[in-house]
Write a protein that binds this ligand. Structure first.
Ligand SMILES: Nc1ncnc2c1ncn2[C@@H]1O[C@H](COP(=O)(O)OP(=O)(O)OP(=O)(O)O)[C@@H](O)[C@H]1O
Ligand SMILES: [Mg+2]
Length: 261
């Protein structure tokens, strides 16, 4: 699902100087009393790919939902300076009765774009994610990786400036996940969107990101941030370097410390 409507707490003035996402002192307390986030400061600039790691239930999905405008922070300011937001969930959320082409066209259709335009946009997005030739396949005729590609393509039709990813590759085997990581990096470099990504895999976080942010257990706070120095697009062989292993170790360590509170 992609979200185009910003929440009342977001502003949409286009300003290249400002970060796309600027959260200050954001807290989230649900009506049932659960405090999911507390004092969260996070920014995502153009050109950045920021990954958030943290223990289950610490509020990562809540953070993305606030960024998308689906949820409103109960404290602090959550500013998002674009309404071109792509959103990819862990589950591909494709409509079972629509083929790939019509699933990818869905968001443009909901936005009431003319038929010819949505055809064209969907075709280009399908091509970008490497699904050309599978336009007529139903979701049940696709592998898990192909479903995620279709889900990515659907959001790409919105030309997102900010792309939110909530554990999109969590259910895939390691080789498929690595391949999709490389494809996602190619898209990030080519399409120029900023990314906000969630994963439980520390090595995926380090490999994909320009910055990795570590959250504590609930209520989630940011405990550490790591700049990742490797050039984009990533050379797959960096995974086997000592520098990569060291960063993975440092992030894992921070995650463990944050978990213990
Ligand atoms: N609408 C809601 N009402 C009440 N509590 C909620 C609501 N949505 C989420 N929560 C609670 O807020 C906390 C954070 O949830 P969230 O889904 O953001 O965690 P998460 O970090 O994404 O976890 P995971 O890694 O398991 O996906 C959890 O304790 C969850 O039960
Ligand atoms: Mg989650």
């Amino acid at each position: 699902m992609a979200i185009t409507a910003p929440s009342p707490m977001t502003t949409t003035a286009v300003d290249d100087e400002k970060p796309l996402v600027d959260f200050r002192n954001v807290a989230m307390k649900f009506p049932n009393g659960t405090v999911a986030l507390s004092g969260v400061d996070i920014t995502v600039d153009r050109g950045e790919f920021v990954t958030v790691v943290g223990p289950s239930g610490c509020g990562k999905s809540t953070l993305l939902r606030i960024a998308s405008g689906l949820e409103q922070a109960s404290e602090g300011t959550a500013t998002v300076t674009t309404d071109r937001i792509g959103y990819v969930f862990q589950d591909a959320t494709l409509l079972a009765w629509r083929d790939v082409q019509r699933n990818v066209e869905l968001l443009a259709e909901l936005n009431r774009r003319p038929k010819a335009e949505r055809r064209e946009k969907a075709k280009a997005a399908i091509d970008l994610v490497g699904l050309t030739g599978f336009e007529k396949n139903l979701p049940k005729q696709l592998s898990g990786g192909m479903k995620m590609r279709a889900s990515l393509a659907r959001s790409l039709t919105l030309d997102p400036e900010l792309f939110l990813f909530d554990e999109p590759f969590g259910a895939l085997d390691e080789i498929t996940r690595e391949r999709l990581n490389d494809e996602l990096i190619q898209l990030f470099v080519r399409e120029g969107f900023a990314g906000m990504f969630i994963t439980h895999s520390v090595s995926e976080a380090v490999y994909l990101s320009t910055r990795v942010v570590v959250m504590s257990g609930r209520p989630g706070k940011i405990v550490r941030a790591f700049d990742i120095p490797f050039p984009m697009p990533r050379d797959p062989d960096i995974r086997f370097t000592a520098e990569f292993a060291e960063l993975v170790g440092d992030v894992s360590h921070a995650l463990r410390e944050g978990h213990q509170g």
